[in-house]
Design a protein around this ligand. Sequence first.
Ligand SMILES: [Zn+2]
Length: 139
Amino acid sequence: MEVLKLDSEDLTNSYSEDKFDRAVLKKMNGDQMPDQVLSKKIDKFLPLFHNDGDKLLYDGKLCVPKNSTSTVMQLAYDAKTSGHFEYLKMLSRLKNYHRKHKSQDVKQYAKGCMVCQQKKDYLGKKLTYPTSLEVPERQ
Ligand SMILES: [Zn+2]
């Protein structure tokens, strides 16, 4: 399974529009945070964030800002090279990306696909050949 590679330009542009990512970047710069609750929340995770050029990384994974989530999902799922794989495969394609509630989002995205709902066969238990039942003895 090929891991998705993204042009990070799209992502970095929207960090400033993502409340959490923007706050993380502020904290990394040592800027004052007016929102103390958010500030404390970020403190817990701050050691795992890194700035690589204009990319924001969390635990070595590229952070996906809120505005770019659907773009990333589309690339991992709808694109010609992606092929509407089920959610675990989609998740593995996105293993280099970080987004809060990622697996939940991915699951929901794959589940909500109209193309799959109309075209894919039922993926439940496969039918097998019928087997005969034992004939009961007469009493
Ligand atoms: Zn689909």
